[in-house]
Design a protein. Structure first.
Length: 199
């Protein structure tokens, strides 16, 4: 389940795990992989609750879309597969979460949401290239200061979760063939590996 040698744990020592199971319908491997530091687990759960789990200026759906888009761009199979299932479990209306993760530009979502995801994609990959013009584009689509702040922090949280999942070697909670294939191809391109043609 992880690269680290975690000791068996007692659920009673991690009361937040029950709340996560209730919220998501499962306990993501991401959290039990860190039981060596219960304070880290508690801090991350509180951070996730504040940033991702509540509607704020941005709706929960928009935050999940940001998380999916950034995690896919960062090639985090773990985070993308987990959040595809979370979107389904929450019954969030819209296109398949895989479509958002792989190619939000062609998904059937509002133009404002596409603009938001375009901004978040750029910020995720090229943060030093974000400028006042990028923020102004979001304003033209009706996003206010709090929306933009929440988007920026959600991108940062996605990067944090992706990095920790990679470092821990967290095994995906779910098998998602489409995501594994698409991110596998993207990873091969990044590494300059030529995959054989199928068929």
């Amino acid at each position: 389940m992880t690269y680290l040698r975690n000791q068996p744990y007692d659920d009673g020592d991690f009361p937040a795990f029950a709340a996560i199971r209730e919220q998501f319908g499962f306990l993501p491997n991401f959290f039990p992989a860190q039981t060596l530091r219960p304070d880290f687990v508690d801090a991350e759960i509180n951070l996730m609750a504040a940033i991702l789990l509540k509607d704020g200026a941005l709706a929960r759906r928009q935050k999940e879309y940001i998380f999916l888009t950034c995690s896919a761009a960062n090639l985090s199979t773990y985070c993308v597969t987990a959040h595809c299932e979370i979107v389904r479990m929450l019954g969030l209306e819209g296109p398949d979460p895989e479509q958002i993760a792989i190619d939000h530009a062609h998904a059937k979502i509002a133009l404002a949401d596409k603009a938001l995801l375009n901004f978040c994609s750029k910020f995720n990959k090229q943060p030093a290239k974000i400028g006042e013009d990028d923020i102004e584009v979001l304003r033209t689509y009706g996003f206010g200061e709090q929306h933009i702040l929440e988007a920026i922090v959600t991108v940062g949280f996605a990067q944090f979760a992706n990095t920790v999942a990679f470092g821990l070697g967290t095994v995906p909670d779910f098998h998602n063939r489409r995501i594994q294939e698409e991110l596998g191809k993207a990873r091969a391109v990044q590494l300059g590996i030529h995959l054989p043609a199928v068929g």
